[in-house]
Design a protein. Structure first.
Length: 180
């Protein structure tokens, strides 16, 4: 398997692999274009999102600056809104359901690292997917850790750190995020 195939499968991989570095360079160039495209119509901005992301549903809005590792692992349903300064480390799938709103400076991490120090020192990492359901609301500055799932209609309070799943319709806040 290539390093990219290992990454996409959630296995240990080396992020310094030339193919992955080229994919990241492509994403960085796209982010620079996206951030500089201030005078675009909504349709033009959506077309630009669809150049990089695996899926961007109708009415999706991402306010720049926006940062991601690759883009091709991100799927956004229709009407998704990401406010300024969102970061998505998408080494594996990130799925965000239709109608979800994400506040400014939210960070979504799929990248994870071995717990064994010697293995971690070797430079390998792995990914665990993040899934956010439909009509969820993620407050500004929240951090979603690798492998978390947020259910439909759930609310994550601003500044919260989500370390485990959030049930549909639940409201959580704090560090670690807990039900209200």
């Amino acid at each position: 398997m290539t390093q990219k195939q290992k990454m996409l499968a959630g296995q240990l991989y080396n992020a310094a692999d030339p193919e992955l570095q080229a994919d990241q360079a492509r994403a960085r160039a796209w982010m620079a274009r996206y951030g500089a495209a201030l005078a675009m119509t909504d349709a033009e901005r959506l077309a630009l999102l669809r150049e990089l992301l695996a899926e961007a549903g109708e009415g999706t809005v991402i306010r720049p600056p926006f940062h991601c590792d690759y883009g091709f692992n991100i799927r956004l349903g229709g009407g998704v809104f990401l406010n300024f300064g969102c970061v998505i480390l998408d080494v594996v799938a990130v799925t965000i359901g239709a109608g979800t709103q994400i506040g400014p400076a939210v960070q979504i991490y799929t990248a994870d690292h071995p717990r064994d120090a010697a293995l971690r020192k070797s430079g390998v990492e792995f990914g665990r997917p993040v899934s956010i359901g439909r009509n969820a609301w993620i407050g500004g500055g929240a951090i979603l850790l690798p492998g978390t799932t947020i259910g439909d209609d759930a609310i994550v309070g601003a500044g919260s750190v989500v370390t485990r799943g959030v049930a549909a319709g639940a409201m959580v806040h704090g560090n670690p995020a807990r039900p209200r």
